[in-house]
Structures are given as structure tokens and as C-alpha cells.
Design a protein around this ligand. Structure first.
Ligand code: DGY
Length: 321
């Protein structure tokens, strides 16, 4: 008998085919989000789950699923999973690192360029028929080239973002738990800075840390106050790293110039305060959303799941069982 697994959201046919070769698959191709109760019911007799970052895999859930041996998240972040609870039950937890770095970095750059050049505001102006002709001071933005880029969290994605900055001849500073090796800094032309220096110097502050209790509201009123009035904040990492209410207040009062956001504290609910602001570019958590990358993420999660179900060590294990 093949191990029984649940795929909580719609996935690509080729991934479903791969899983079906090895496992007894129940999938949710209708893509109707499961409530916590439905998830618990459907997982009660399963050996593994391939889940999305929108599924809460908490202690209550895993304790109600006696057969569960693998939780394979289709995301690099896994703050939706109670890893400690899984570990204590001997459940393997996996993620999808690496395959989304370039695509997510592209989206960060899209947000930087769109906020700096007021692109969504300009488009709305056109769509609303407000354009009556060219004039000198129309929709003045700020330059990205030769500006200072400050990256908080210099892991894989942070480094890819930094690499792209050389094309714009930017100065790159970064803050991290620990400085990168000198050789990597040299290759990226990036310099380590304290959090205070980064916040006060950077024209673009890009957040690229994972979400955890330690990074909850890493950027709040106090940090926003340290940024330049001309600075732009970019968050395509996780909601909750930024205190959304404090950010809305700073954007309203002009204590920072603008923000480009792909993630929000209570997503998919958006604080209505954002919608009233012109100096914010908003996206619905699409950082990794290209076909190639989302397929690679799903396939990575599927390989992890098949590995655990067949007794092998999964390539992207985040806990030690
Ligand atoms: C991740 O993988 O954590 C991303 O947020 C999904 O795009």
C-alpha cells in the first residue's frame, strides 16, 4: 500500500503525476481553502501533507493526526508550521529554499523601481483620464541609480538583490546577524552596517529576514523614525516584520517617502489605511509567482515528501527528527 498524502491547494499536473507514481494522493485541485477543521479531518488518516504558507500547521493539528510523518511546505518560509510540535512528534518539516531566490529578487526590484518612479500612481492618473499633457514637474520621482541600497537580512535572496544593484551603480550596505565573509562582501560590493547606520543612510531599505518572534515588528515606529524622509521601504519577505499601523502613519505623515509591499500583517486582509495612500505600491504576495518558479517550488516540496515517505532523508529538512 502506498503512503497516503494530502495536497492542500491546487498544484501543477506534472507535480501531481510525480506524486501519484509514489504515493496515494488526495488533492484539492478545486483550490478551495480548507478551514482548520477541514484540514484536521482530511489529515486524520494521512501519512504526509504538502501544504501552503496559508495552512496553519500547529500543535493541535499535528496532535490530531497520529499517522503524520511529513509536513512539506511549498515555500521557503515556514512560519506557518509549528516546527517544535512537529519535531516532538517525529514529523519531518521541509521547505523550498534556493529555487525562488532570483524570482523573488526580481519582484523586490520591481517594487523598488515602481515606488521610486511612482509607477502605479502614474498609471492610475492615466486610467482616470487626468493626463492633459507633459509638464516639467509631472510625477517627479527619485533615482534608483547611484542611490544607497540597505538590505536587512543578507541570506540567499538578499544576496541576489545586492548582486543586481551593481547594474544601477548603487552603494550597497547590509545588516545581518553576522557579517558575510570578506570575499562574498567583495563579490557583492556590499558593506556591513549596524541597523542604525543602515536605517539612517539607506535610500531604499529592503527587508529580507524570515518571520519569527525575534523579527516581529522589526520595523516599527522607532525604526521608521530613523529613516530619511526621502527613504523608501520595501517588504517582500513576510507580513509582521513591519508594524503596518506604524508604517501607514509614517507614510501619511511623510516621515518616509514611500513603501513597496508584497506582504502584510493580516494578509489576505489589508489594512484599509494602505488603500488611501498614493505613496505605496501594493502587491498580493506574488514575490515567487512565475510559472517556472512556482512549478520548481511545488516539485521541490513533492520530492521532499516522496523522500520522507520512502524512508530517505529529504533534501530540505528544516528540523532534526
Ligand atoms: C516563500 O516561499 O516563503 C514565499 O513567501 C512564497 O512566495
Amino acid at each position: 500500500m502506498k503512503p497516503k498524502i494530502l495536497v492542500t491547494r491546487e498544484i501543477f499536473d506534472e507535480v501531481l503525476d510525480f506524486l501519484g507514481q509514489h504515493l496515494d494522493v488526495e488533492s484539492n485541485q478545486a483550490d478551495i481553502a480548507l478551514t482548520p477543521e477541514q484540514l484536521r479531518e482530511r489529515l486524520a488518516d494521512k501519512d504526509g501533507v504538502m501544504c501552503a504558507l496559508t495552512d496553519r500547521i500547529d500543535a493541535v493539528l499535528v496532535n490530531g493526526c497520529p499517522r503524520l510523518k511529513a509536513v512539506c511546505n511549498v515555500a521557503v518560509g515556514y512560519n506557518n508550521v509549528d516546527v517544535a510540535a512537529c519535531t516532538s512528534r517525529g514529523i519531518a518539516v521541509t521547505n523550498t529554499p534556493g529555487v525562488l531566490d532570483e524570482t523573488t529578487a526580481d519582484l523586490v526590484w520591481a517594487l523598488m523601481l515602481a515606488t521610486a518612479r511612482r509607477l502605479t500612481e502614474a498609471e492610475a492618473y492615466l486610467r482616470h483620464g487626468e493626463w492633459t499633457g507633459w509638464y516639467l514637474k509631472q510625477l517627479l520621482g527619485v533615482d534608483v541609480h547611484h542611490a544607497t541600497l540597505g538590505i536587512i537580512g543578507m541570506g540567499r535572496i538578499g544576496q541576489v538583490i545586492a548582486r543586481r544593484a551593481s547594474g544601477f551603480e548603487m552603494e550597497v550596505i547590509y545588516h545581518n546577524r553576522s557579517p558575510l565573509p570578506a570575499q562574498t562582501e567583495g563579490r557583492l560590493r556590499a558593506r556591513y552596517a549596524s541597523m542604525d547606520e543602515l536605517l539612517s543612510r539607506a535610500d531604499f531599505v529592503v527587508l529580507q529576514v524570515p518571520y519569527s518572534p525575534a523579527t516581529h515588528h522589526l520595523i516599527g515606529a522607532c525604526e521608521l523614525a530613523k529613516m530619511k524622509p526621502s527613504a523608501i521601504l520595501i517588504n517582500a519577505a513576510r507580513g509582521g516584520i513591519v508594524d503596518d499601523a506604524a508604517l501607514i502613519d509614517a507614510l501619511k505623515r511623510g516621515t518616509i517617502a514611500a513603501a513597496g509591499l508584497d506582504v502584510f500583517e493580516n494578509e489576505p486582509k489589508l489594512d484599509p489605511g494602505f488603500l488611501a495612500l498614493k505613496n505605496v505600491v501594493l502587491a498580493p504576495h506574488i514575490g515567487s509567482s512565475t510559472r517556472v518558479t512556482r512549478l520548481a517550488m511545488a516539485m521541490t516540496a513533492a520530492r521532499n515528501l516522496v523522500a520522507v515517505m520512502t524512508g530517505a532523508v529529504p533534501p530540505n529538512l528544516v528540523n532534526s527528527k
